[in-house]
Design a protein around this ligand. Sequence first.
Ligand code: BT5
Length: 285
Amino acid sequence: MSVGDAPANLAEAEREEFKAALAGADAVTRYYHFEEIPSTSDWARDLVRRSSGSAKLHGTLVISENQTRGRGRLNRRWESVTGKSLLFTLIRYNADGIGSAMDERSERLKNALVPGLALCGALRQISLEARLKYPNDVLVNNHKVAGVLVEQMSCNNSTFTLVGIGINVNQVQEDLPAETRWPATSLRIVTGSVLNRPRLLQEILQSLQSCYNLTVDDLLRWVNRDCCLLGKWVRVDTTHGIFEGIAERIDEGGGLVVRNPALPIQHVHMGEVLNVWMKSDRSSP
Ligand code: BT5
């Protein structure tokens, strides 16, 4: 598939709409649109290697109508059916060492927090009350509608961030995996109507661009606003084990601050929230 083509089996109108959405997006410098590949993130990684780590790849988007080996975090699977999801990876070149330590910190924070925040913003544009489940799951009605896989890679002294995003758009319940770590849903299920995927993609790419332009202070303020965990009792799985406490805020380093009166305060950077209780008290779920 050459740059700028869309899969031949897409309906003519949808194919044109995808082309227009991708060609007009500020966040995208070039794109590859596939019918089916194992994983857009794996394909993006290979592209970086094949291009010997060229900075020109910044803004390249790899999108596929289906994936045969879609990945979540920790090599979990991300399931999809052809033509019903949005599945893409955006390549970002990290200009390490060029700016100040402050710039690098802000890049790290943006890489970690922008995708989920941008998805929430895009879904709000279509009147959905989307919330962020730290770090990057997007929930509607407390069901997971989208997942984000942010990966770093180096090639020839250049570093890149691969932002992989999977959104359940037009699946009906039977199209979704039956057993998931968090209950799954699609935008079609929550809205009751089939959505225009190219238009949604356009909305998401615009939202990504705006969020990457945010200052760190605004980014943190917005993430704290959109995170559905804050003030609730959570159980968190971290590299240091599982523990519970009240999720207080997202800190200046992008970590989730969890307080349990019986423990030192925790700043969770690598972890996953396993359970959330509605109140700040574990005994009243
Ligand atoms: C994620 O991982 O949620 C990140 C998913 C990122 C997928 C995109 S698609 C484009 C790009 N290319 C890739 O290969 N990946 C990225 P995690 O938080 O680890 O969640 C994975 C878990 O979500 C699985 O173990 C299942 O329990 C559940 N799951 C799998 N498919 C799902 C789906 N379609 N909807 C909701 N939950 C799902």
